[in-house]
Design a protein around this ligand. Sequence first.
Ligand SMILES: *Cc1c(COP(=O)(O)O)cnc(C)c1O
Length: 396
Amino acid sequence: MSFQNPVFIPGPTNMPEAIRKACDMPTIDHRSPLFGQILHPARAGVQEILKSETAEIFIFPSTGTGGWETALTNTLSAGDTVLAARNGMFSHRWIDMCLRHELNVKIVETPWGHGLPADRYEEILKADTAHQIKVVLATHNETATGVKSDIAAVRKALDAANHPALLFVDGVSSIGSMDFRFDEWGVDVAVTGSQKGFMLPAGLAIVGFSQKALDASKTAQLPRTFFDIADMTKGYAANAYPYTPAVGLMNGLLLATETLLKEGLDNVFARHTRIASGVRAAVDAWGLELCAATPDVYSDTVSAIKTPEGFNATDIVTHAAEQYGVAFGVGLGEVSGKVFRIGHLGSMTDVMALSGIATAEMCMVDLGLDIKLGSGVAAAQEYYRSTTGLMLKSAA
Ligand SMILES: *Cc1c(COP(=O)(O)O)cnc(C)c1O
């Protein structure tokens, strides 16, 4: 017997039935024009979702982490300097990867719960008159803390300093769910994966390169084989990969891009904002607070919710899994045990969110927290009632 509940983890996300089925296909020759009929439109769909006219899209059988590695190894050489802020587990892991590749990382320690400090970036970039910094890293949406950062402000910092460094953006938990503007923000490499906004199983690293990043790849010395974009470019010209592509996932990606674009990106973003706002109304009704410090950094794809001092937030996640068969996200790193996370991205509706809020509420009451059953659900219901129409509009 299967008790199928939606998941409320911020990836992998729930899969629409049609997209799941699109991944399940008979074997085709992956070096044939038939594969090209999947590969090229899928890349074009990703480019449109990134809001770019010109980004080169590369898709590897990997995950978001492989996307980070693609960005670094194709553009940098050992000893190069990278500027990065650490404000959560995912920015931390990208920094760690830089260090393992013998890059020199200028780390701006930033309180978890805060966004990227664009003003500090600007000061550091202005002081770097020798232009030692080759790349600026920015995590658009810190999935560990539920914090979004202002990428346009990071671009402004680079421009204000008249600095030529490349801008790399981790959009793993934002792209396809929150507004992302590759061209307008002057992004040089954007990184994402298949299992979050694209509503697919894990298994694809999806990256976009600007012309400037492609140019940097011509002189970059870091070793790369599997993630070499030059090999991939040659393959694409012949409807192929340098190795065997994940054909079924690519077919799913094609449908996922079509599905998102048919809903309309503005509708997709508005849906995520609306669902997230209902979750935040519930958190407020519970008398709890988000890890995200201020409303301007609230993420529309994941909420990290702080539990009272002395209470182990991970107990909520364990209890939800054991008692109700529902998955929430645990706190990671510095906020382990202090927060639990409700993922609300991808294939999600207000009605699904209500079931997640209701389950979180049952768990907290079961575990003795001073919360009234139904309080968060009612707050979210009021919010959703007052903002109807979006679901119908986007389905039309
Ligand atoms: C999930 C996630 C990653 C890691 O992606 P994997 O697909 O698990 O390798 C990186 N960055 C952010 C912001 C994420 O949410």
